[in-house]
Design a protein around this ligand. Structure first.
Ligand code: SF4
Length: 582
């Protein structure tokens, strides 16, 4: 239903009370990222730490959710335990459609439940169930139980945390429907701190398609584009793991804690190898005909009776980088077995893999020993990594408890900050060059998805600071238009500005259709203003020495170019945050 306001369910977990609020601002922020920032400003206490009970955990969808293919994501906004500042994390699965069918534009959770709980909401239902018996349960075990407690599929989502979230690890993710994640910046710890083991959203309401001929005509047009163009093939067939070989070929794939950017041993973990050896099936987020989720299998042998257990694990480019090349693991089954442990612990796979790569090099250099790591860490040895993941998720000792708050936190105590692969948070898998390094270190979510710095690096070898920074700023605004909707970013070539306006018009959001680029710019400003108000200071984000010693397809990193890029990008961001919301 088209509304010129947001229908928001606000739950006070401490009191066990809730209310539905109609909140203005649709034509100013659209939804998704814009709505997340708007609600954060309304409900948060910017001066207080991330774990103050009042701080909100926000889930927001967009005006096109449910109407068009790949409008399948939810924006989660919160104050991050990683840096104590405003941030966002995005996930798909069934999250967005379930909220749409429950008839909410957003869910805001404040307070702390008195005991470990599961929040259940529907269009006419709200319950906070005590699930203390689930304390310590991993993602697989809790998933089985929760699916039995809340049967259904399609428009039912189950978001849950593992031991890492309960332990308030800054690397804890929120698992969404088993194969998708609000991965980065510690959303899982925020849920854990609120004593929430799980959130089940039952999309039990109605959702009426727009009347008239324009909407179905446009839907068909978008659907054809999605299913008949290269996009479907690219993401469905090999999927993002296809990039493993191509980035290795151009010396841009981080290996063994970024000590190299290419290795012939890549043959064992390419997208082709995973497709041949491990792939069981493809999955998809609700409302997506592409189905880019690649699900492989791992096998475990029970020594007692010689039986085998098969488990399904979703893989992508980024998790293969962090549990494969970064740890020197070059066998696809071993890579999946490490990912499987990270999934069970409820850890963000990217952050945890990069942290363990640092711990391995710190071990090699004698900064830490088995006293800290409990198991002997060595590049290429998967069995120890599987055990280390359990220790990391469980914060098994002082070392793992520190590491679980971020690699640099552990390096402060044990040394080794110069080879910590951290750019605002543990690096994403792109050693493409100066533009990406400056972008991840400085950008809003410290994510490769904030802006396409990794793609820019692969196309440009000239050193033009203004051109590169203009690209980063403009590309961020373009992506914000999509994350306000909230579209899967894989569809960014289809949902250009013109197409988004047509889609908005066809469902009745004429004002949004006419002003979307302007709204995206305003949300860009609002997000930065909000982040800055919670303490963001680009000068305090350092780029460790390791990044200055990297060799890419363009040659060695130019330290001066990298420093100047970061400085100029930071100036532009601070100016954006200080500029007026127009
Ligand atoms: S392309 Fe993949 S991530 Fe994007 S909506 Fe479809 S299944 Fe989900």
């Amino acid at each position: 239903m088209i509304r010129d306001f947001f229908r928001v369910l606000v739950v006070d977990l401490s009191q066990g009370k809730s209310k539905v609020e109609n909140i203005d601002g649709r034509n100013e922020v659209a939804g998704g990222s814009g709505l997340g920032a708007l609600l954060f400003n309304r409900f948060s206490l910017p001066e207080k730490p991330w774990d103050a009970p009042e701080q909100p955990l926000i889930f927001a969808i967009g005006p096109l959710t449910g109407y068009f293919p790949l409008m399948s994501k939810t924006v989660c906004a919160f104050k991050s335990p990683y840096h104590n500042q405003f941030t966002e994390s995005h996930a798909g699965g069934r999250t967005a459609l379930s909220l749409r069918f429950a008839d909410y534009d957003a869910l805001v959770l404040c307070g702390k439940a008195p005991s470990l709980s599961c929040l259940v909401i529907g269009s006419r239902l709200l319950e906070i169930k005590d699930v203390n018996f689930m304390r310590g349960m991993d993602i697989t075990e809790s998933g089985k139980l929760l699916r039995r407690m809340f049967p259904g599929s399609g428009h039912r989502t189950i978001m849950r945390i593992g031991p890492a979230g309960e332990n308030r690890s800054a690397m804890a993710c929120i698992n969404a429907d088993t194969y998708r994640h609000f991965g980065r910046m510690g959303g899982g710890a925020v849920m854990g701190d609120k004593n929430l083991k799980a959130i089940a959203v039952l999309g039990d309401g109605e959702f009426v398609a727009p009347a008239g001929k324009e909407y179905p005509r446009l839907f068909d047009d978008v659907f054809k584009q999605v299913t008949s163009t290269d996009m479907m093939k690219k993401y469905h067939n090999l999927g993002t793991p296809a990039n493993i070989k191509s980035l290795n070929d151009i010396h841009s794939l981080p290996w063994r804690n970024l000590q190299a950017t290419s290795d012939p041993l890549v043959a064992g973990i390419t997208g082709e190898r995973f497709a041949d050896e491990n792939l069981l099936r493809n999955g998809a987020c609700s409302g997506c005909p592409v189905g880019c989720i690649h699900i492989g299998f791992v096998r475990e042998k029970f020594m007692k009776d010689n039986r085998y257990l098969y488990r399904q694990v979703a893989y992508d480019y980024e998790p293969i980088f962090s549990t494969g090349t970064m740890l020197g693991i070059t066998d696809s089954f071993s890579v999946l077995s490490i990912m499987d442990e990270m999934e069970k612990a409820g850890l963000d796979v990217m952050s945890a893999g990069v942290a363990l790569a640092w711990a391995t090099e710190a071990t090699e250099k004698g900064l830490i020993s088995k006293k800290e790591t409990i198991v002997p860490l060595q590049f290429g040895k998967s069995a120890s990594y599987r055990q280390a993941v359990v220790h990391l998720g469980g914060a098994a000792n002082e070392f793992y408890a520190l590491l679980s708050q971020g690699t640099l936190r552990a390096a402060e105590k044990f040394g080794g900050a110069e080879f910590a692969c951290v750019l605002g948070q543990e690096m994403a898998g792109y050693a493409t060059g100066e533009v990406f390094f400056a972008a991840q270190a400085t950008s809003f979510r410290h994510s490769h998805l904030d802006c396409g710095g990794y793609a820019y690096d692969q196309k440009h070898d000239e050193q033009d600071i203004e051109k590169a920074v203009n690209f980063l700023i403009d590309d961020e605004a373009g992506r914000i238009a999509l994350t306000c909707m909230v579209s899967c970013l894989f569809a960014r070539e289809i949902y250009n500005s013109e197409m988004l306006s047509k889609c908005l018009e066809s469902v009745g959001y004429s004002d949004l259709a006419a002003t979307l680029p302007h709204i995206a710019l305003n949300v860009q400003r609002l997000r930065w203003k909000t982040r800055i108000a919670t303490g963001y200071n680009p000068d305090s984000v350092t780029i460790p020495k390791r990044f200055f010693k990297v060799k890419t397809w363009k040659g060695m990193i130019d330290p001066l170019y990298l420093k100047h890029l970061k400085k100029r990008y930071a100036e532009r961001i601070l100016a954006l945050g200080a500029s007026q919301y127009a």
